[in-house]
Design a protein around this ligand. Structure first.
Ligand SMILES: [Zn+2]
Length: 304
């Protein structure tokens, strides 16, 4: 009886020990936004635990920072953020409170996704006048799949530095992601080819990298400046411009005021197109590739 008990105890203890070791073996990755998280999951596979702070339906500039975020950041082995002021309105105080040296800027545990990315629309002089939230340049670069590949490579090399035992696995996963994107770029390019060169309107200036990659002009916005809500006088100008250029689509994201976009669409005969920067914000978009698939499909059906 006693022996049986001890055997059981040993079995339970052994199980606990194994679980603990397995849990420790995984790199604890925190991503500020769901696009970085999706790519970290692809690259990290079974060797990482990924936690994401913002919801896919939240505006990345204005995320509701909860106290639980500090705890998550304190326990992180790695933090992936944009590093181009996208999260400047909410991340810095969380990092200060978390006091985690592993994820300090410059450490292997800190991936600033914008490192090595050439930002578009960098102003000649830095100004945050009138509340412009893109003062350093446009921070919405992840919707360009070629930039996403570079970020995947950056994440893979940082994971390898933190967990050298799994470096080969990270590299294999990253090459797989790269191969998938390369194949998909052909498909996406072919689907969008008939509409290349068209102008589109967007609620917020989040699509300049997508436009650049796939050959669209997205230079007119319902917001007068990034982060500033639409005003009647600005919308009147947008409507006039849309009529003059015969623009057929207005891109809105989940956290935008859809009614405003619908009013502009009614006045111009354009269609409102559901777009999102983040995997999980639209149905069946739990991976980065599925998200871009969805954007391409939504756009082609609006422009048909
Ligand atoms: Zn923005």
């Amino acid at each position: 009886m006693k022996t049986e008990y001890l055997t059981k105890l040993a079995a339970v203890f052994g199980l606990c020990l194994t679980t603990t070791l397995t849990a420790q073996a995984k790199v604890n990755v925190v991503a500020t936004l769901p696009d970085y998280a999706a790519i970290a999951r692809e690259v990290g596979g079974d060797n990482v635990d990924v936690t994401v702070l913002a919801k896919p339906t939240e505006d990345p500039h204005f995320v509701d920072a909860r106290p639980s975020f500090v705890v998550k950041l304190r326990q992180a082995d790695m933090l992936i953020d944009g590093g181009a002021e996208l999260e400047i309105g909410w991340l810095p105080p969380l990092l200060q409170n978390a006091r985690n040296p592993k994820i300090a800027a410059g450490q292997p545990g800190r991936v600033e996704a914008s490192q090595g990315v050439r930002l578009m629309d960098v102003p000649a002089t830095l100004t945050r006048a009138a509340g412009d939230v893109h003062a350093m340049g446009n921070p919405h670069f992840m919707v360009d799949p070629i930039i996403a590949k570079a970020v995947a490579a950056h994440i893979a090399s940082s994971l390898a530095a933190i967990d050298p035992a799994h470096a080969a696995a990270f590299q294999t996963n990253e090459k797989q992601f790269e191969a998938t994107i390369n194949a998909k770029l052909q498909e996406w390019g072919a689907k969008l080819l008939p509409y290349r060169g068209q102008s589109l309107v967007a609620y917020h200036d989040s699509w300049v990298y997508f436009a650049h990659r796939f050959g669209f002009n997205i230079n007119i916005f319902l917001e007068p400046k990034p982060g500033i809500p639409p005003s009647p006088s600005h919308l009147a100008e947008v409507i006039a411009e849309m009529k003059a250029q015969k623009i057929k689509a207005i891109i809105v994201e989940p956290y935008h005021n859809r009614k405003i976009a619908e009013k502009v669409a009614e006045s111009t005969g354009a269609k409102v197109v559901e777009f999102a920067q983040f995997p999980g914000a639209l149905p069946d978009t739990d991976t980065y590739v599925k998200l871009i698939d969805s954007l391409v499909n939504h756009l082609t059906s609006a422009l048909k």
